[in-house]
Design a protein around this ligand. Structure first.
Ligand code: C5P
Length: 286
């Protein structure tokens, strides 16, 4: 069994890409799969934590058991969701209840936020479906009420947030009447830095993907975004990162911890996530 290094801790994780609308049918995004964040959510639950997972647009992964999942599209929505989850005020987010056995996870993008909780103990048989859903919703609402105003202890940002978005999405589909067109973009908020700087007491973990000078850039981000810990991978290596199932990382800590850097050898994202969860548990327990 996994040591319960995160017992009683509330963890908020961002994962996946963000999707920035250009018009009602087009968007800007990236190839992030969300695998690292979802693996971390599982690993944190296994280490005893209570986990809220904020997934950016289009993550097509099943929700890990016993994780509260919130789906958002854009960086702006992800920031709002992250602020509310970290402050424990996220119960006002729109709740969408899905059949817990439907792991295909069809997104309903007419909602800005959707919210679900996956229990491990759902023993639903072939009973009346509407009745089952009704009871389920009641339990879920009860658990959200209980969790209201519970502040997070740990924030982990694995999301590949789009650096830029359109200033305003066009209200109608843009027509191809011109031979060339220019999209005017504005910078997105830095979710990690915003959350970290506003919550000095929170243990904040960032990720970085670099192609060179990994340690120098990582330490720069550690300071600039006021992080407690940063996990970096070298994306110039073709065998790790992004859509891959494997990863290898170097972990650096804020000088506050007097902890040496840790190298995690190439292995599955699940194994990396387990190691990161225990490294976080050790650092906060120190
Ligand atoms: O600055 P850079 O994008 O390399 O930083 C990566 C880290 O910052 C990741 O943890 C990522 O999730 C987070 N980030 C964020 N919001 C942004 C950009 C990055 O939370 N707008």
């Amino acid at each position: 069994t996994t040591p319960q290094l995160l017992a009683g801790k509330r963890v908020v994780i961002t994962a996946g890409p963000t999707v920035e609308a250009i018009d009602p049918v087009r968007y800007l995004s990236n190839h992030s799969s969300g695998k690292m964040g979802f693996a971390l959510a599982r690993a944190c639950v296994a280490a005893g934590a209570d986990v809220v997972l904020i997934a950016g647009g289009k993550v097509a992964l099943p929700t890990p058991l016993n994780v509260t999942r919130i789906d958002v599209l854009s960086a702006e929505d992800m920031l709002i969701a992250a602020q509310q989850c970290v402050d424990g005020t996220h119960s006002e987010l729109q709740l969408v209840f899905e059949d817990e056995h439907d792991h295909s996870h069809e997104h309903d993008h007419s909602h800005n936020h959707s919210h679900e909780h996956h229990h491990g103990d759902c023993g639903c048989g072939d009973d009346d479906v509407s009745d089952h859903n009704h009871n389920d919703n009641h339990d879920l609402l009860q658990s959200y009420d209980d969790n209201q105003f519970v502040k997070a202890d740990i924030f982990i940002a694995t999301a590949a947030v789009a650096d830029y978005r359109t200033e305003e999405a066009a209200p109608q589909k843009i027509k191809k009447t011109q031979d060339a067109m220019t999209l005017s973009l504005v910078k997105n908020p830095d979710i990690l830095a915003t959350i970290s700087l506003a919550h000095p007491e929170l243990f904040v973990v960032g990720f970085a993907a670099e192609t060179q000078d990994v340690e120098r850039y990582a330490r720069g981000k550690l300071v600039a975004k006021d992080l407690d810990m940063i996990a970096c991978n070298d994306v110039s290596r073709a065998d790790i990162g992004f859509a891959s199932d494997d990863n290898a990382m170097q972990v650096f800590f804020s000088e506050r911890y007097e902890r040496d850097a840790v190298t995690l050898e190439k292995t599955s994202k699940d194994k990396i996530a387990e190691q990161l969860a225990s490294i976080i548990g050790q650092a906060i327990g120190q």
